[in-house]
Design a binder for this molecule. Sequence first.
Ligand code: 1HE
Length: 271
Amino acid sequence: MTTKDAEEPVGIDLPKSLKATRLGAVAHLRLARSEKRNALDDVTVLGLETFFTRLPKDVRAVVLTGEGAHFSAGLDLSEVAEQHDPLEGVLHSRMWHRAFEAIQFGRAPVIAALHGAVVGGGLELAAATHIRIAERSTYYGLPEGQRGIFLGGGGSVRIARLIGVARVQDMMLTGRTLNAEEGHLAGVTQYLVEDGKGLEKAMELAAKAASNTPTTNFAVLHALPRIFESDPASGLLTESLMAAIAEMSPEAQQRLKDFLEKRAAKVVRQS
Ligand code: 1HE
């Protein structure tokens, strides 16, 4: 991304609850249903799946934000209030799983800038992204417990891995919310910024991630989490295979040469 890049459309048909633009190699996807606090209805969840499965090859990172005062109020409760068929309920949850898998295991790293309420399915959505930034106004809740329902968008797996089963149990059993600082300490976010600064930080990080080689980013997105979940022996073997593929890529060879010939940046302390 350079300063001369102008914002342009991404070229994917989306429902009106989602808006996407791109600035060079970075796409910016917004939840755009602020009148319903970005509650995630079926159309929006399917739109997320479409966006992340059809991402153009030259989009190298995605920034995800929510319009209005809140990132997302989670599942659109009006759509489940009338649901009485258990199988339909399972399939509904599986639809969320598909959409969020497309985010977590898509072609580009996704950076979410959070603010206001990040609750229920909104937190499940954020947990499917790779880097999360919280503005100070952010708070997290899992009101499924109070609503008489359960997680269904992958939260049992992803949120529990981020903050631990014990915290998820506390939030669901008691309705406890975490503020931005508590969430940060618990492991929800990698960055905490002042109000109004989330998008800027996300664009800065996205530009960095977009400048990596596609092979390294593929390894980080697809291989690393699977290695982490596998038994150590299989994990180490997968790591070796992935390492060999990455270092043999022509882009990696060029980058290594650039460093050895003093053309590449050194690793310097940032804080
Ligand atoms: C909604 C939703 C929603 C707002 N589904 N319509 N999620 C929750 O239990 C969170 C429910 N929402 C809230 O607690 C609050 O709305 C907020 C704290 C997020 C924001 O409060 P506020 O005062 O800014 O807005 P509001 O007046 O509550 O809501 C504005 C409108 O959005 C209102 O509709 P209106 O027609 O009266 O204007 C609300 O009804 C509507 N709205 N949130 C439907 N969630 C895959 S499983 C995942 C399971 C879950 O995500 S459970 C958690 C559900």
